[in-house]
Design a protein around this ligand. Sequence first.
Ligand SMILES: Cc1cc2nc3c(=O)[nH]c(=O)nc-3n(C[C@H](O)[C@H](O)[C@H](O)COP(=O)(O)O)c2cc1C
Length: 312
Amino acid sequence: MSQPAATLSKPNLAVEFAGLKLKNPLMPASGTFGYGQEFAPYLDLNRLGAIVTKGLSLKPKAGNPTPRIAETVSGMLNAIGLQNVGVDAFIYEKMPFLAQFDSPVIVNFFGNTQDEYCEVAARLDVVPGVAALEMNISCPNVKQGGIVFGTDPKAVFEVVSAVRKRMKKPLIVKLTPNVTDIRITAQAAEDAGADVISLINTITGMSVDVRSRKPRIANVIGGLSGPGIRPIAVRMTHQVVQTVKIPVIGIGGIMRAEDALEFLIVGARAVQVGTANFVDPNAMQTILDDLRVFCIEQGVSDINDLIGSLQL
Ligand SMILES: Cc1cc2nc3c(=O)[nH]c(=O)nc-3n(C[C@H](O)[C@H](O)[C@H](O)COP(=O)(O)O)c2cc1C
C-alpha cells in the first residue's frame, strides 16, 4: 500500500457511526473516569473520541461497603456497587462542566426495574449536550428476584424495547459477558432497537485473603477487569460483530494501542479504556499517540481501513 507522504504523517483517526462523529475511536469506559472532571488535570478531554460518564441511577447511590477493590495478578476485582450522584445532580452539577468540550458526551445509566431504566433514559435524553446514552444491563432486576437483566435474552428484549420507546438519541446497549453465548443477548438488544452494542462489562470473580480467610472485597463477589479479560473480550467482540448488523464498541483490558487495535481489527468501530485509567490517568493520551504511530509505521492513512480487517 503506497500512500502520499502527507497523508501518512497525518493518518485519519476519525470514526463515525450511529450519527456520532468521533475524532478518534478512543473513549473511557464507564465508572473508570468519574464524570470527566476528575481526569481533566491529567489529560485534554478534547482529545478523546468521546467522554463516557459513570453509570447514573434515578436516585443517588452510596454503593457497597469497603473494601470494594482488590488487585489480582491479571486485573482488578471491584464491587463499587454503582455508587453515583443520581440523575438530577448529574444534570445540574456535572453536565455543565462536560458541555464545554467538543468531544461527544455519552451518559451511562442503569435501573433496578424496567420503569427506573425508562425514567432515567427519558430524563437524560432531553439534556442538551448529551450525544448518546449507554445502557448498562448488568444490573439485578429487583422485581425478578435479582436476576441480572442482561443474562436473560427475554429480559434484554423487554427492557431495551421499553427504553427505546422513551428516548430519541442513539442508544448504546452494554452487554454483560456473564452468559454462555453472548450472541443471543446481542441479537435480543438489536431486535429491541439498540443502535450500538458495547461489550464487555466485568466478568464475575472472587479473591480470598488466605491469612484472614476472608474474601478480599466486602461484597464477596466482584467484577474482574483489566488485561486478564482481554482475550475473552476480543473473542466476544468478534462473535457479536459477526452476529449483529449494528456497530459495536469493544471494551476489556485495553492497556496499550496494540490492545485497542485487536478490537478494531475484529470489527469494533470504537473502543473503551477502563482499568488502564487507574494505572495511569494519562493512559488514553498515550494509547492515542501510539495508535497514530502504528498507522504511520504500517502505512495506514485511515484507521477505518483497519476496522474489520481480520484475516481468517
Ligand atoms: C471501578 C469500576 C467501576 C465501573 N463502573 C461501571 C459503571 O458504572 N457502568 C458500567 O456500565 N460499567 C462499569 N464498569 C465496567 C467498565 O466500564 C468496563 O466495562 C470493564 O471494566 C472492562 O474494561 P477494562 O478491562 O478496560 O476495565 C466499571 C469498572 C470498574 C473497574
